[in-house]
Design a protein around this ligand. Sequence first.
Ligand SMILES: CC(C)(COP(=O)(O)OP(=O)(O)OC[C@H]1O[C@@H](n2cnc3c(N)ncnc32)[C@H](O)[C@@H]1OP(=O)(O)O)[C@@H](O)C(=O)NCCC(=O)NCCS
Length: 190
Amino acid sequence: MMSASPLVQKELQLRPATREDLAAIWEIERASFSTPWPKEYLEQQLGEGFVVLEGAGQIAGYAVIGVKLPSFFARLEQRTRALFSHTPEPPTVAHILNIAVAPALRRQGLGKHLVQYALDYAHRLGAARIELEVRTDNHIAIALYQQFGFHIQEIIPNYYSDGADAYLMVKALTPVAEPPSPSEYRDRTA
Ligand SMILES: CC(C)(COP(=O)(O)OP(=O)(O)OC[C@H]1O[C@@H](n2cnc3c(N)ncnc32)[C@H](O)[C@@H]1OP(=O)(O)O)[C@@H](O)C(=O)NCCC(=O)NCCS
């Protein structure tokens, strides 16, 4: 596991995002993306997979991780097939939906910390792989993900609302015993 930056170890806490964080998250979101998520969409994402890095009452960054469970019908079909042919059930796939760090706090390891959390969270959910989309010209984020073993699987033309293409980046996961919850995470990395 990559070690957390000194800033994370000493000052920042990773915790679930709340409605009160949304104004600060939105500021980072619109400073970070040419096609930011609308505020309402950020609000809809609040839940277990939405975490913030907070220090001294300020939001330094955030990550939104989703999970694609196989549909009911896909599972039913697989289970029926498995009765006859030992076909494995379709895998759970985790998805990094959003990651951003406040511009003034970049290049201090916070992005790595958020990606590591996403990987641990996906492990905890028993995901077989984790995926994300990234603009093909976002060389900084691509380099970050490659450090963690993500590889480019395919290009998705016109993925973004402004017509930009995305890479689908993927990393296979192996299950671990007991990765930490957001509140436990700080203690483990400190
Ligand atoms: C991508 C982002 C989250 C990285 O956050 P960060 O806190 O600066 O990242 P880190 O300090 O942990 O750096 C992680 C790696 O990213 C890459 N990186 C970060 N900043 C970089 C820069 N200015 N130039 C080149 N590579 C850079 C490097 O590979 C770096 O690893 P290294 O320090 O070992 O060289 C941040 O730049 C950001 O919020 N960008 C806008 C939003 C965005 O693009 N999100 C990703 C959407 S898919």
